[in-house]
Design a protein around this ligand. Structure first.
Ligand code: HGY
Ligand code: MN
Ligand code: MN
Length: 409
């Protein structure tokens, strides 16, 4: 296999730009929340490219989409892919780079008239972000058997809609059983979404693991009352309870230190009026750590704080787990392949963990898996200004090409 083979960076950039027009936000960036009309249009666009490239396309009952390219032999394919759904303030590269770089690998092999020994597959998984329907990585979690399909389809989103109804509404529910195709190995290209590669001036990340993720929804129920006439001693203020919890999260993660991070990204207060003591407040707490014991300690301390706070303030509290994934180590041999391919291509490379969740952490349950990172400018992501330089996108896609050739022959 000619190791002088390289992808066409301009063609990759053009597809990233075109897909970024679907759900484009007025001030830049993209919003294609899972199973919305924008997601449907994004799916239609990518499936069209899959077909143009000669891939045979199938969709499973969770809406996961697989583009298969035959090999000289039959059998389990080497798979790459990621997601095309975004958060509300998404960038051009989160998820889409992994899917479109996979298509670019196929286009490059088509142009060179190369048929690999093993079949290849380019996939995108439903609802990776989890921003509308928790947990995140839902589609790939169902694909690997980590969540029953029926449970996923019954899941209600932040807007009260059910996954199954939304999947059907955009015509994305396929007839392929979840779990098909069985894969030989999986490798995912993704922007780092953090500052590590840029700060160390390294082009490629050989990802060794994904950190643990814990999402909890807290609902405080107090008593609405007059902001002026109600003495402090008589208040049962849900808004105060939520705010105190957000402050506690910051103190908690600072105290635990190390890789511990904590985020209160969603906070709603009812009736949300200037002169009414809030009777309800709902917030989410996202805790993550590469060390599962420390993550568990953070969860335990949060739960205890919330119960004591509710007692003191005389409010009710309901705690609901939205997602909980232990840290996931990737296959050492696969990480070696990423590192070796990057070096063979003359790129600087360093081994690192992933701070973000990815479909690869689910595929790691069923096959040898690793990830390739490229730098994010300013470490910014889940932000309309997310950016990675074209030469680094191209470098990442060339590493993907080499790793897939390595695995498929
Ligand atoms: O939450 C995450 O880490 C990913 O963006 N779904
Ligand atoms: Mn992503
Ligand atoms: Mn994301």
């Amino acid at each position: 296999m000619p190791d002088t083979l390289r992808i066409d960076g301009q063609r990759l950039l053009a597809r990233l730009k075109r897909l970024g027009e679907i759900g484009a936000l007025p001030g830049g960036g993209v919003c294609r929340l899972a199973l919305t009309e924008e997601d449907r249009l994004g799916r239609e666009c990518v499936v069209g490219w899959m077909r143009e490239l000669g891939l045979s396309v199938s969709t499973d009952a969770m809406g996961n989409v697989f583009g298969m390219r035959p090999g000289r032999e039959t059998g389990a394919p080497v798979m790459t892919g990621s997601h095309i759904d975004t958060v509300r303030t998404g960038g051009l590269y989160d998820g889409t780079l992994g899917v479109l770089a996979g298509l670019e690998v196929v286009a490059t092999l088509n142009d060179a008239g190369i048929t690999t020994r093993r079949p290849l597959c380019v996939a995108f998984f439903t609802n990776e972000e989890g921003a509308r329907f928790a947990p995140d990585m839902m589609g790939s979690l169902v694909y690997v058997g980590g969540m029953p399909l029926e449970e996923a389809l019954a899941t209600e989103g932040i807007d009260g809609q059910r996954v199954g109804d939304c999947l059907a509404a955009i015509g994305a529910q396929g007839d392929q059983a979840v779990g098909q195709p069985v894969v030989h190995a999986f490798v995912e290209l993704h922007v780092e979404q953090g500052p590590v590669l840029e700060e160390s001036a390294v082009t490629i990340g050989a990802v060794e693991k994904v950190q643990g993720i814990s999402w909890t929804e807290l609902t405080f129920t107090g008593t609405s009352n007059h902001a002026g006439t109600t003495p402090m001693r008589l208040r049962h203020d849900a808004g105060y309870a939520a705010s105190a919890t957000a402050t506690f999260v910051r103190e908690l993660v600072t105290r635990i230190g190390g890789d511990q991070v904590g985020t209160v990204g969603s906070l709603e207060v009812q009736p949300n009026l200037v002169n009414v003591v809030a009777n309800q407040a709902r917030l989410t707490v996202d805790l993550r750590n590469t060390d599962n014991d420390r993550l568990t300690r953070a969860e335990t301390e949060l739960a205890a704080f919330v119960e004591q706070l509710a007692e003191r303030e005389g409010v009710e509290v309901a705690q609901r787990t939205l997602a909980r994934f232990d840290p996931v180590p990737f296959d050492p041999g696969m990480v070696d392949r990423v590192e070796a391919s990057a070096k063979a291509l003359g790129h600087s490379v360093s081994r690192m963990p992933s701070g973000a969740g990815h479909d690869a952490q689910m595929l790691a349950r069923v096959c040898p898996t690793s990830m390739i990172f490229v730098p994010s400018v300013g470490g910014v992501s889940h932000n309309i200004h997310e950016y990675t330089a074209p030469e680094e996108l191209t470098a990442g896609a060339n590493v993907l090409l080499q790793v897939m050739l390595d695995l498929s022959d």
